[in-house]
Design a protein around this ligand. Sequence first.
Ligand SMILES: [Zn+2]
Length: 266
Amino acid sequence: MEIVTPDEFARRTLGGRPNRLDVTIYDGCEYQCACGEVHVFRPSGFEPSETQVLRELPWMRLVLACPLGEDAATCVKIRGWFKYRFQSLFGTTVETDKPPEINATTAKIDEQVYLMNYRDHYADILADQITPSRLAELFLFRAWTAQFGYRIFSSDAEASEKLIGETVNASKYLGLGMFQQVHGFAVEIELESDFISLIEERWRDYDVVVSTMPNADRLPTMEIITVLTNRLDVAEPEVTCRLSMDFLVQMDLIKRTAMEIGILRK
Ligand SMILES: [Zn+2]
């Protein structure tokens, strides 16, 4: 069956009249619908999933709405003398622009926080300064960055609130386990506290820096990274510089993802 644009469909089905024909004799006819599925014609009064006849056209043609409620319409020709069958001639679908669902996966919080190997990722950044406690600290930092990024880049307050919750939940219920599996040690044991207490303490420090910035136009990268390097207890300027770059790469990913899921602040 040919799929045409809604305009073309309207043009080709001009004329005709609303359904007056008795269509109950066609009950049970199968036809290919523009939605992609094969349906069984059920005239009104025939449950379940009755098929709405939108119009009757000359030469034994009917315009049928998709019984599944998809935005699809199909023009069928009635064929046969003793046993009727429907031949689908052409159809149309109206693309509905459903906004993508906003959750930890579509927001790529998994990718940013726990679908990664910290030892590999931070090998070049920390070089010989890699320790389990520093990797655990970076796990908390990447989780903070994920939800912070959506607070900055999202114009949708509800979406960013949701993503803060998603970040906490996904990191706690999926992230901690995956981190331990990949790295062979647990964040909570390494940092000697439970996850919620850990993020409450760390995230508060990062949030203080962000909320006390006088100029909202500038991302306080240096200030944020200073809090992080104090936590990590590293002082090398090169490491600080590479951590800043890495933070900006993650922020850039969040910005692009916010655009993809339609919540980017204009
Ligand atoms: Zn259909």
